[in-house]
Design a protein around this ligand. Structure first.
Ligand SMILES: [Ca+2]
Ligand SMILES: [Ca+2]
Length: 246
């Protein structure tokens, strides 16, 4: 009985063993398959992560470059602005304030009309003298700056439109209460120039008696000049009445 059972048991185990072999092979194949799928998924994940990191790196590179360029642009704009302000301050520092006006005494010499153009380019015009006090201030300043007798300064007075009819650069007539002609001036001296003298220069190196230091002179002669502008007004309106005459 027991032998039979043993025999049955043995034959049963054999049968089980016989059936297990293909199952194990199948199991191994499934595991390998799963492993391959896992590896493939892992590889795909790694590729995705790599691409994402590549994209992120590229994106940040662009952002960095863009930020850097913006910073550089702002830096350059800031430097240009600082330079403009610095140049403006330097130019403003050359103007002398007196009695609510600014005055600029040029160092370069040029004709009356070119001197006027330069004054207008600076936001003013050749000086208009309309008080004794203003003449006194200018006479002293010019005297200090003169190194030679002929080292005089153009002012904004001319009779180029009509001989003997003296007008300021803004078109207003000369107020006879405030004239400071020297000696026999204006004499419209024609020697060497048949057109006479139509522009006015001022200054006497040793100082002028009773402030009288105005001289009419040929407009083309190069001289230094005095520009004037309103304090606080960089771009005053100017008269076109004398434009293109000289
Ligand atoms: Ca004249
Ligand atoms: Ca003269």
């Amino acid at each position: 009985m027991s032998r039979q059972r043993y025999s049955e048991g043995s034959s049963g185990d054999a049968a089980a063993s016989h059936h297990e072999k293909p199952n194990r092979g199948l199991k191994l194949t499934s595991e390998r398959g799963a492993l391959l799928v896992l590896c493939a998924l892992l590889a795909a994940a790694l590729i995705v992560i790599y691409r994402l990191s590549e994209f992120t790196l590229l994106h940040f590179s662009f952002v960095f470059l863009e930020s850097h360029q913006t910073f550089q642009t702002l830096k350059e704009e800031n430097e240009a602005l600082r330079k403009d302000l610095s140049d403006e301050n330097k130019a403003e520092a050359l103007w002398e304030r007196h009695g609510g006006k600014y005055y600029y005494f040029s160092t370069m010499k040029s004709s009356w009309i070119k001197s006027r153009d330069e004054c207008r380019r600076k936001g003013g015009d050749l000086v208009k003298i309309n008080s004794r006090e203003e003449q006194r201030f200018l006479e002293i300043r010019v005297r200090d700056k003169m190194e030679e007798d002929e080292d005089k300064f153009w002012i904004g007075l001319t009779d180029s439109e009509e001989q003997g009819s003296w007008l300021w650069a803004d078109g207003s007539p000369l107020d006879t209460r405030f004239t400071f002609w020297n000696g026999h001036e204006p004499d419209n001296w024609r020697e060497g120039n048949p057109d006479g003298e139509d522009c006015v220069r001022m200054g006497m190196r040793g100082g002028a008696e009773d402030l009288k230091c105005w001289f009419d002179k040929v407009c083309a002669v190069p001289h230094r000049s005095i520009c004037e502008k309103e304090a606080g007004s960089d771009y005053p309106e100017f008269s076109e009445s004398l434009g293109g005459i000289l």
